[in-house]
Design a protein around this ligand. Structure first.
Ligand SMILES: Nc1nc2c(c(=O)[nH]1)N[C@H]1C(S)=C(S)[C@@H](COP(=O)(O)O)O[C@H]1N2
Ligand SMILES: [Mo]
Length: 321
C-alpha cells in the first residue's frame, strides 16, 4: 500500500476536498480487498481483547436523556470504529488494528500540578468511584467530517472535584501515553510527543465536558482512546485527547500538540464555528461519516446554549481555530 508521507498538518486537507474523499474511499476499499484475511484476524483479536477488559461488566450504563442528538442519525459502530484519528498509530484513518497493540491494563492516571496532593489512580478504581452514564454527542473533526456517538463515562467535573485543585489552578493539561514500541507513530520524531491537550478549569467543569470510558454500550475499543479519553463536543475533535495517563492542573495555559505543530491553524480554543474558515478550507459544512450527506455546521457544534457564556468578554481571543 502506498502511503504518502506528507507533513502532518497537510494530511487533513485530502479529507475536505471531494476528490480526496473519493480517493480515500477507493484506497480503503482496495486495502480491504487486499488484506481481507488480516482484517478478519484483526476483528477476532479485537473481540478477544474486549473480553479481557475487566471493566466490561460495567456496561451498558444508564443513558442520560439530557444529552441527545435529534437532528441526525447515530453513526454506525462499524463505521466509527474503523475510521479514526489516532496519530500515535499512524497519520491515516485505518489505525484500528494497529491500536490493538496498546496494553490498557494495568493503567493509571497521574493527577498533579496545582492540586492539594498529587495522586496516581488506577483506572478500575476510578471507574468504581465515578457515576457512569451514557450520553449521545456530536463529534466534529476539524477536517470537516462528523459523527454522532453514544459515549459512556462520567463528567470531567467529578474528576476535577476528586483532584482537589488549589486556587492557582486555572487550566488542565492532559497527556496521552508515550510508548514508541507499541505506537509506531511515536517513532516519527517530527511530532512533539506525547499528545497534549488543555482546557480552562471553567471549560473542564462545564456540564458537557465528559470523560469517556466506553462507547456503543461497551468499554472503549482501543482505537477510540481506551481506557480514558476526553469528549468536549463543542470543540473540534482534536481537543478530545485519547488514552490519557496524566492530568496536570496548571496556572499557565498549556500548549497543545497541534498548536505546537502548527499554531496558525490549530489554536488552544478550537471552538466549532461554521463562519470562521480553517486557513486552508471552509468550516461551513461537514460530511456525516458513513454517509454521503452534508450538513451545515452549527456554532459550537450545536451546543451554544450550554457553552457560549464561557467565552463572554473574550472577543479578542482566537476562539474558533
Ligand atoms: N492521543 C490522541 N488523541 C486524539 C487524536 C490523536 O491523534 N491522538 N486525534 C484527535 C482527533 S483529530 C479526532 S477527530 C478524534 C478522533 O476520535 P475517534 O477516532 O474516536 O473518532 O480524536 C482526537 N484525539
Ligand atoms: Mo479531528
Amino acid at each position: 500500500m502506498t502511503i504518502f508521507q506528507k507533513r502532518p498538518w497537510e494530511l487533513p486537507e485530502r479529507d475536505v476536498t471531494p476528490e480526496a474523499v473519493f480517493l480515500n474511499r477507493r484506497s480503503f476499499m482496495t486495502g480491504l480487498l487486499a488484506t481481507g484475511t488480516a482484517l478478519g484476524a484483526g476483528i477476532a483479536a479485537r473481540s478477544a481483547f474486549a473480553e479481557e477488559d475487566p471493566s466490561a461488566q460495567l456496561y451498558p450504563v444508564k443513558r442520560n436523556d439530557g444529552f441527545q442528538v435529534d437532528d441526525r442519525p447515530m453513526t454506525e459502530e462499524g463505521i466509527a470504529s474503523t475510521y479514526n484519528n489516532f496519530y500515535e498509530f499512524g497519520s491515516h484513518k485505518q489505525i484500528a488494528d494497529a491500536a490493538q497493540a496498546l496494553s490498557i491494563r494495568p493503567w493509571t492516571v497521574t493527577i498533579d500540578g496545582e492540586v492539594e496532593e498529587a495522586q496516581t489512580i488506577d483506572i478500575d478504581g476510578l471507574l468504581a468511584k465515578m457515576p457512569l452514564e451514557e450520553r449521545i454527542y456530536r463529534h466534529r473533526c476539524v477536517e470537516a467530517w462528523s459523527m454522532v456517538v453514544p459515549w459512556s463515562g462520567f463528567p470531567l467535573a467529578e474528576l476535577v472535584k476528586l483532584s482537589k485543585p488549589t486556587s492557582k489552578a486555572k487550566y488542565l493539561r492532559f497527556e496521552t501515553f508515550h510508548n514508541p514500541k507499541v505506537a509506531s507513530g511515536q517513532k516519527q520524531s517530527w511530532y512533539p510527543w506525547p499528545y497534549v491537550e488543555g482546557l480552562t478549569i471553567e471549560e473542564a467543569t462545564n456540564d458537557l465536558a465528559f470523560m469517556a470510558t466506553g462507547v456503543y454500550g461497551k468499554p472503549l475499543a482501543k482505537q477510540f482512546g481506551a481506557p480514558l479519553r476526553l469528549a468536549v463536543p463543542w470543540k473540534y475533535g482534536f481537543k478530545s485527547i485519547k488514552s490519557i495517563v496524566r492530568i496536570s492542573f496548571t496556572s499557565e495555559r498549556p500548549v497543545s500538540f497541534w498548536e505546537e505543530i502548527q499554531g496558525k491553524e490549530y489554536g488552544f480554543w478550537a471552538n466549532v464555528n461554521p463562519s470562521v474558515p480553517h486557513r486552508r478550507w471552509s468550516q461551513a459544512s461537514e460530511r456525516l461519516l458513513g454517509t454521503d450527506l452534508r450538513r451545515n455546521t452549527l456554532l459550537f457544534n450545536g451546543y451554544e446554549e450550554q457553552v457560549a457564556h464561557l467565552y463572554k468578554g473574550m472577543e479578542g481571543e482566537l476562539l474558533y481555530m
